[in-house]
Design a protein around this ligand. Structure first.
Ligand code: ATP
Ligand code: MG
Length: 430
């Protein structure tokens, strides 16, 4: 390519629907990540990090062929060297189960694990819906429940509280039964919908024969009333699934968690069975689901593993950050001090001082790039720091620092000996 080709001349932009998290936005993200990590660890869930690319068949086999994700949303490509079809992960559970089988993670005992990171779906970008988005994923592998199903819901309730958004979200639960229960239902549903084909959109008409349960998951407003009146899976549960669901409700009642039973809640992926749940908000318009999950007792087997009951959820981080922002939460951390320095002698001292303060556990920004006092002070102020610590020729000679309060009023600027600075900070910076 020579440099007159258009692609080297135009300004390059990020791929549509794939966003940056720039430094001004990052504090809320880090706050969310830190808080989630703390809560997940409190319940004994251990971190694991997963590859972003997996073999395409993993998702086709687990999520299911006749689902939105597999039919239209996956970023799949051929590996140029091996010819293998690979996919940018649209969700995390399938990969985690693949890893658990590959590394016999549940061979000796069940495992509680969690991860977070980017997912990729080719959707129409809009508020709360992107093509690269991020999830918190938490899975209990090898637990038959329903105590563990309830544990994950209770854990999320604690996370909402820790984030201060507990008043913005509500819980919906349902049971979609076991595969045997669904067999009869899969016949009842098409029978019902086939009398109302005129209101079904193209996707729904196709799914009448391929995956009628998915019709219940449609977001098409024109179909909502016909979906509303459809037969309910919850009324056709077998004994085991019924007992499981009653058990889940009992655990939630004991924990004091309020919920609504939503008989149309089916979730968008095929691997779920029995308990399904969603936490929803009315603050984000159409993209109201902030977390969704449920049980996937058959997934290990369908990916070639031993039968292993399991339960998990995914929470959408963009939607949670939007909620945090709606609540005007600003978790912007600022340095304690910004070090302003001028003259060779001061600059020589200031590096060591910055390191000593950091050794003492303080967050310190050291001015870089030279410039006059005035412009350095402007940068000190913009950094959000509480103090400017100023070292110029006089201070360097006297081994002192001039301390200026940048946020609180009513404080005179003062001179503090360098050797006494850590003690001085400990006394004032509470
Ligand atoms: P939706 O019904 O909103 O499409 P979904 O059922 O496809 O969600 P899941 O596969 O259950 O979503 O993913 C769990 C969570 O991940 C969702 O509840 C949502 O918070 C988030 N999520 C899913 N798709 C996107 C996306 N394209 N952009 C941002 N967040 C998303
Ligand atoms: Mg979706």
């Amino acid at each position: 390519m020579n440099d007159t080709t258009p692609s080297t001349r135009g300004t390059l932009q990020a791929v549509r629907g794939m966003n940056h998290i720039l430094p001004d936005d990052a504090p809320l993200w880090l706050h969310l990540e830190d808080t989630a990590r703390r809560v997940f660890e409190q319940y004994g869930y251990r971190f694991l990090r997963m590859p972003v690319v997996e073999p395409t068949p993993l998702f086709v086999r687990s999520i299911g062929e006749a689902t939105d994700v597999v039919e239209k949303e996956m970023y799949s490509f051929e590996d140029k060297l091996s010819g293998e079809s690979l996919t940018l992960r649209p969700e995390a559970t399938a990969g985690i189960v693949r890893a658990a089988i590959q590394h016999s993670l549940t061979y000796e005992r069940p495992q509680r694990v969690w991860t977070h990171g980017p997912m990729f779906r080719h959707e129409r970008p809009q508020k709360g819906r992107y093509r690269q988005f991020h999830q918190l994923n938490l899975e209990a592998l090898g637990f038959a429940g329903p105590d563990v199903d309830a544990e994950q819901i209770v854990l999320l309730a604690r996370l909402w509280k820790a984030l201060g958004i507990e008043d913005c979200v509500t819980l919906k639960i349902n049971s979609i039964g076991d595969p045997a229960d669904r067999r009869a239902y899969r016949e009842a549903l098409p029978a019902y919908f086939s009398h109302r084909v005129d209101v079904l959109d193209d996707d729904a008409q196709r799914r009448l024969s391929t995956n009628p349960l998915r019709i219940l998951d449609s977001k098409n407003p024109a179909m909502q009333s016909v979906i509303e009146d459809a037969p309910r899976m919850l009324e056709q549960l077998g004994t085991d699934a019924r007992t499981h669901f009653d058990g889940l409700r009992q655990w939630l009642d004991r924990a004091g968690i309020a919920y609504e039973i939503d008989t149309r809640l089916v979730r968008g992926l095929d691997y779920y069975n029995r308990s399904v749940f969603e936490w929803v908000t009315d603050r984000l318009g159409a993209q109201g689901t902030v977390a969704g999950g449920g049980r996937y007792d058959g997934l290990f087997e369908s990916l070639g593993g031993k039968p292993t009951p399991a339960c998990g959820f995914a929470a959408g981080m963009e939607r949670l950050v939007l909620l945090l922002r709606e609540n005007e939460q600003k978790a912007a951390p600022a340095p304690l001090a910004y070090l302003v320095h001028q003259s060779d002698a001061a600059t020589a001292l200031v590096w060591r001082l910055a390191e000593t303060l950091r050794d003492a556990g303080h967050d310190i920004v050291l001015h870089a790039g030279g410039g006059g006092m005035k412009s350095q002070m402007k940068k000190a102020d913009a950094s959000g720091a509480r103090f400017a610590l100023i070292l110029a020729e006089d201070e360097a000679r006297d081994h002192t620092v001039t301390v200026k309060w940048l946020r609180e009023t009513g404080h005179e600027q003062q001179t503090v000996p360098i050797d006494g600075l850590i003690a001085w900070l400990a006394a004032v910076a509470v």
